[in-house]
Design a protein around this ligand. Structure first.
Ligand code: PMP
Length: 281
């Protein structure tokens, strides 16, 4: 088991991996990324992560990198590191060039990766749930593209840490509930599970996709619809979803308890089902 880095075909120790100061990812945030986790030596929903990565590049008019090349390189790093519960970070920048906002058509995308054991969310938080706060969504208008421009997300998470809670939920100016700083959000309202529709204002989480599948199997009614902060405050259950987050119940939002202030049955059942399907991904 070895933590490793990858830069354009070369695999090396993370501490020795350096990139050019003129990489556009570094100077402009002109880069996209993915984070994939493995369970028991198997990458979870790799194909869906590849779909999203390729879509992100295409939306930003990056030169095309073939899917099979990406997959082979991810596997090469993964096999070499031999970490059973790994977190694989993959970043592709548009390229390296003299600093200039506009980009030409001779860009050579830079592929970098790291692999290490996943930093798990503590089992106590998964079991007991977390508190969150809310703030206005001040991100750009293309949150559906997974770019490394994460400063608003960073500041939102830091605000939560400073407030002694787990995370911050982004709320639009019209009070629509979007998502958390690095996870999607679901709310049980009445007997239905609601989550924000796929628009440019949220990321289409891979875990979100898995949840739709699981809800089908569990016969839970799930609906993509807009809902506001007042409905969120009144929800029976709220939970977050993400590759590292998995399913994380929310028990308090701002100064209001969710339901009875304890994780609810739907979040628990979906988490159990998620863990079960990591075995056959
Ligand atoms: N929304 C945002 C803003 C995120 O950063 C993430 C994590 N990448 C997610 C949602 C959840 O996505 P996934 O389930 O693919 O990890």
């Amino acid at each position: 088991m070895t933590e490793l880095a990858y830069i354009n075909g070369k695999i090396l120790p993370i501490k020795d991996a350096v990139v050019s100061i003129e990489d556009r990812g570094y100077q402009f945030g002109d880069a996209v990324y993915e984070f994939i986790a493995s369970y028991d030596g198997k990458m979870f929903w790799l194909e869906a992560h590849l779909d999203r990565l390729i879509r992100s590049m295409s939306e930003l008019s990056f030169p095309v990198i073939s899917r099979s090349f990406l997959k082979d390189e991810i596997y090469r790093l993964y096999d070499k590191a031999d970490i059973s519960r790994a977190g694989i970070y993959i970043q592709i920048s548009r390229g390296i060039a003299k600093r200039n906002h506009a980009f030409g058509n001779k860009m050579v995308p830079q592929l970098v990766m790291t692999i290490r054991p996943v930093s798990e969310v503590s089992p106590a938080l998964k079991e007991n749930g977390v508190k969150v706060i809310t703030m206005e969504d001040f991100r750009w208008g293309r949150c559906d593209i997974k770019t490394v421009q994460l400063l608003p997300n960073v500041l939102a998470k830091q605000k939560a840490v400073k407030a002694g809670v787990y995370d911050t939920i982004f709320i639009s100016r019209e009070k629509i509930v979007r998502e958390a700083s690095s996870s999607n959000l679901f709310a049980v309202i009445g007997n239905k599970i609601f989550t924000h529709p796929l628009t440019r204002h949220i990321l289409e989480g891979i875990t979100r996709k898995v949840i739709f599948e699981i809800c089908g199997r569990l016969n839970y009614e799930i609906e993509e619809r807009f809902f506001d902060l007042d409905l969120l405050y009144g929800a029976k259950e709220v939970f977050l979803s993400g590759t590292v987050t998995e399913i994380l119940p929310v028990i308090k939002i701002d100064d209001k308890f969710v339901g009875k202030g304890q994780p609810g049955p739907k979040a628990r059942a979906i988490f159990k089902a998620l863990r079960a399907c990591t075995k056959d991904s």
